[in-house]
Design a protein around this ligand. Structure first.
Ligand code: AMP
Ligand code: GLY
Length: 425
């Protein structure tokens, strides 16, 4: 069977490597893919992940048996709807269901209507109204651009002056583009954060191993928000008791809410959770696999990924047992110096000749130039190691990260530190 994977980051690389384990898989096409993915799939760099017409034309002419649409933009643009319309089975939500990520206002209103625990919030469509509200607010407070903003459209001002600047950045300067035409202002919550990705066919749900992202650019959770600088799985804060509470108060109610709204969610639903003193609350939903969460979660999946994805598409997930390895995984992102701000591209990447069997390098932001890998994005590589313990996985991921080089290579040195501290408690 030929497969098509839309996207070209580390997440897509992890998905492709896992799909390849199925012996029935012949060719995997990655649109656009990237330099490193080219070792595992046929990449089509000319077709951007947002060029839905070109994706559909390509799929129609390449005997695609199954498609996976991984990033948020094509999902929000209706890529799955369009592929379904030409009879291609897909993994991923349709455009209506993708609103759970594409509009923070949709997500917040859904949670309010169906009593799903989340931070209290207000929505504003004009800067004056937002500023008026902020005059009597307590700080810190959280200001979020409504639409898709590559994980960067969230600002947490600590004073009215900072809040004023934040509203200007989002709503007037449009630092996150049109996603800033409306803002959600919400209560600042505290507690450990947990990412739970879940396979769901709209009714049945199979949560994946939990994980912990590290969103800030700098060590000690300092600096600006990024797409994610590293991940560990499982997340030690997410106990079995908490998992049960989340299933009962968040996961199943969310699926029921989406069905009740006439947009059942099929695909990977990502729950960004905060374990607050008042119980687990939803910080955000994503309509897709997380990046770099996928790079630690999928290496721990025992069940064949294509089989799980087909069960989601066929709405037979409830008949399948999805199994996980009892091990840990850690991923350290190697980024271009300056990310998430300005950074240079085109730096030659040097990789070790061989890697230990428990280490995989997922390629996120590189391309081939005359047959050689050069950097082409902010997050360049994700170095993942699996191991019997989190400590071992982290040590092996960091050791392997040392063996990779490119000009301006930047990484956080404290991925997993909070998770290790939680384990010691
Ligand atoms: P989001 O893109 O919505 O996941 O937000 C990015 C990051 O901002 C989250 O991972 C949290 O660390 C932080 N954040 C978002 N919402 C809140 C909140 N209500 N309270 C505290 N921190 C938050
Ligand atoms: N790592 C966070 C995300 O994928 O949105």
């Amino acid at each position: 069977m030929n497969l098509l994977v839309v996207g070209g980051g580390g997440r897509e690389h992890a998905i492709i490597k896992k799909l390849k384990e199925n012996p029935a898989v012949e060719t995997i096409y990655a649109l656009p893919g990237n330099g490193g993915i080219a070792a595992d799939a046929v990449c089509v760099p000319e077709i951007a992940a947002t060029d839905i017409d070109a994706i559909v034309d390509f799929a129609a002419s390449h005997a695609i048996g199954f498609a996976v649409v991984a990033p948020d933009d094509p999902l929000a643009l209706g890529c799955v709807d369009r592929l379904h319309a030409i009879g291609i089975p897909c993994f991923g939500p349709d455009a209506k269901a993708a609103r759970i990520e594409a509009s923070k206002v949709f997500a917040k209103d859904l949670m309010k209507k169906y009593h799903i625990p989340t931070a209290r919030y207000e929505v504003f469509d004009a800067p004056e109204k937002a500023l008026n509200f902020l005059k009597t607010a307590s700080f810190p407070i959280v200001i979020k651009a409504d639409g898709l903003a590559l994980g960067k459209g969230v600002l947490i001002p600590r004073s009215y002056e900072e809040a004023e600047a934040a509203v200007k950045t989002i709503m007037e300067d449009r630092a996150f583009g049109d996603s800033g035409s409306r803002v959600v202002i919400e209560e600042f919550l505290t507690g450990p954060e947990v990412s739970v990705l879940a396979f769901t066919d709209g009714t049945a749900i199979a949560p994946m191993v939990s994980s912990m992202d590290h969103k800030r650019a700098g060590d000690g959770d300092t600096g600006p928000n990024t797409g994610g600088m590293g991940t560990v799985a499982p997340n030690p804060c997410y106990t079995e008791d908490i998992a049960q509470v989340c299933m009962d108060t968040i996961f199943l109610p969310t699926l029921a809410a989406m069905r009740a709204e006439g947009c059942p969610f099929k695909g990977c639903l990502y729950f960004g959770l905060m374990l607050t003193p008042d119980g687990p609350k939803v910080i955000e939903y994503n309509c897709r696999f997380g990046d770099p969460e996928t790079q630690v979660v999928l290496p721990l999946l025992k069940t064949d990924l294509l089989t799980v994805m087909q069960a989601v598409e066929n709405e037979t997930l409830g008949q399948l047992t999805v199994e996980w390895r009892h091990a840990s995984a850690a991923c350290v992102i190697l980024a271009s110096g300056g990310y998430p701000g300005h950074y240079e591209k085109g730096k030659a990447i040097s990789l070790p000749a061989s890697l230990p069997g428990n280490v995989t390098i997922y390629h996120a932001g590189d391309r081939l130039a005359d047959g050689n890998l050069v950097t082409s994005g902010g997050r360049v590589l994700g170095v993942t190691a699996t191991g019997p313990t989190l400590r071992q996985a982290l040590a092996d991921a960091y050791a392997a990260a040392e063996t990779v080089d490119f000009d301006g290579k930047y990484l956080r040195h404290d991925i997993g530190r909070r998770a290790l501290a939680a384990l010691a408690d």
